[in-house]
Design a protein around this ligand. Structure first.
Ligand SMILES: [Zn+2]
Ligand SMILES: [Zn+2]
Length: 157
C-alpha cells in the first residue's frame, strides 16, 4: 500500500487527504495468524513538516475469523485509527517510534499492520448474543435447543 506524497513536500504544513486499499497476504503475529477476507481500506491525511511526514488515518480491516463460542467462520471488521511519522532514510529500520521512506512515496504496509495488531480482539465473537455450542453434545445452540443438563448457570446470570 503506497501513497504518493510529492505534493506535500512543496507545501510544508499543509495536510493532503488520501484513500488507499489493498488485499494483504496473511500475517502472523506471534501465535496469532490473520487472514484478510477483503482489502484493508485506509482514509486519512499526510502532512510534511520539513523533515518528516505524519500520516493520520482511519482504517478498516475485514479479517476472516471463527467465533470463539460457536466456531462458525465469519468476517470481522476491525476498525482502528493511527498517527505515525515517516522519516527519510535508506536504513530499513529506524526506531520503534517512526517508519522510514525514500523517494516521494510512503509505504504504509508496516504502519497499518502494526496498528491492526494492537487492535486485534483477543477473541472474536460472531455476534454479541451468540449462544455458543453445547458443552455436552456440541450442538450449535443458536440453531438447536438440546436437552442437555449443563451447570453454566453457576457463573452466568
Ligand atoms: Zn458464534
Ligand atoms: Zn446438548
Amino acid at each position: 500500500m503506497r501513497i504518493r506524497v510529492g505534493n506535500a513536500i512543496r507545501q510544508t504544513g499543509e495536510p493532503f487527504s488520501f484513500t488507499a486499499s489493498e488485499l494483504f497476504a496473511p500475517q502472523t503475529y506471534g501465535e496469532r495468524s490473520v487472514t484478510f477476507a477483503e482489502p484493508v481500506t485506509v482514509n486519512g491525511t499526510y502532512t510534511y513538516d520539513g523533515k518528516a511526514f505524519t500520516v493520520s488515518a482511519k482504517a478498516e480491516a475485514p479479517i476472516s475469523t471463527t467465533c470463539a463460542r460457536c466456531t462458525k467462520p465469519f468476517i470481522e471488521r476491525v476498525d482502528f485509527s493511527f498517527s505515525e511519522r515517516f522519516v527519510k532514510g535508506e536504513d530499513e529500520a529506524t526506531d520503534d517510534e517512526t517508519y522510514s521512506y525514500s523517494g516521494d512515496e510512503l509505504l504504509l504496509d508496516k504502519a497499518v499492520l502494526d496498528n491492526l495488531f494492537l487492535e486485534l480482539p483477543i477473541a472474536s465473537i460472531c455476534r454479541e448474543d451468540c449462544k455458543g455450542l453445547c458443552p455436552v453434545c456440541g450442538a450449535d445452540r443458536n440453531v438447536t435447543q438440546c436437552d442437555c443438563i449443563t451447570n453454566e448457570a453457576m457463573g452466568e446470570s
